[in-house]
Unconditional design. Structure first.
Length: 282
């Protein structure tokens, strides 16, 4: 073999090895992303969904119907927040909060119950305000025949039982006792009284005929076709039935609690309360 031919063959071998190494190196490198075609939209990275928060609302039983409508509207507008309601007598709800029961918002049917929690530093004074007002009425069964037009008529022999909320824990019962005491009829009627654990139970007693008459809020009377309002109690005979709203100091969801607190004071929500018979303090 001539010297020239040997050199040519050696060069070809070297080129072949280099090409193999380049190919192997290219195979181990990650492929470059192809550029998007002109006008093609790129998909952004998915965002993390907002964490679901559940707020617990301890609210007077007389707020049940209005709050259910408000709940639907609020949750539709705020899908990351769900509302869990604990309805009951304001005095019982106050005790639950004092004993550490979980709650984020308290809506009381009595300023007295709210003041107690503020005094105990369970609700900050700056985190509560008067939201609504209600009025006390006497009701009788819708198909009843007894003529009741005043507190005095409740003493008639045809009225065997009169239902009221437990005065120590149910604000409507407290107001009813106050009005009857001012009318000098409490002692005379006491033997006829049947006490309910909250204002909704009083309503049920009259609806079912287990009581011939009862004292409830006007808002409760308007929810039932089984009762009728016999008379409205003179507002000067009992403490104003105010409904204060407050944020529980120990809430674990301060941002969402403040959001719902503010929402309850918006014109559209106050219109819902008015539809159910509540009045808005001036």
């Amino acid at each position: 073999m001539s010297l020239g031919l040997a050199l040519v063959l050696a060069g070809c071998g070297a080129n072949t090895d280099t090409n193999k190494q380049d190919a192997a190196s290219s195979a181990t490198q990650p492929a470059a992303s192809a550029p998007a075609a002109s006008g093609e939209k790129t998909t952004p990275a998915a965002t993390e969904p907002l964490e679901k928060v559940e707020l617990t609302i301890s609210a007077a039983a007389s707020l049940t119907d209005a709050m259910k409508e408000i709940q639907t509207n609020f949750e539709q507008a705020n899908p990351n927040v769900s509302l869990s309601f604990n309805f009951g007598a304001s005095g019982a709800l106050q005790q639950q909060i004092e004993q550490g029961a979980p709650a984020d918002i308290f809506v009381s049917a009595s300023a007295k119950n709210m003041k107690a929690l503020v005094d105990e530093n369970l609700i900050a004074s700056s985190d509560q305000k008067n939201l609504l007002q209600n009025s006390l009425v006497a009701i009788v069964p819708a198909d009843g025949t007894s003529a009741v037009a005043s507190e005095k008529d409740l003493t008639n022999d045809g009225i065997k039982t009169v239902a009221i909320g437990i005065p120590e824990s149910v604000p409507a019962g407290t107001y009813a006792k106050e009005a009857l005491t001012n009318a000098k009829l409490w002692d005379q009627l006491e033997k006829k009284l049947v006490q309910g654990k909250d204002v909704r139970q009083v309503l049920q007693y009259v609806e079912t005929g287990n009581a011939d008459a009862g004292f409830v809020y006007k808002t409760d009377a308007l929810t039932s076709k089984q009762v009728k309002i016999a008379f409205e109690v003179d507002k000067n005979s009992y403490t104003p039935a105010n409904y204060p709203l407050g944020i529980i100091e120990g809430t674990k969801h301060r941002t969402e609690a403040e959001q719902f607190y503010a929402y309850l004071q918006t014109p559209e929500v106050l219109d819902i309360f008015a539809k159910y018979g509540f009045s808005i303090p001036k």
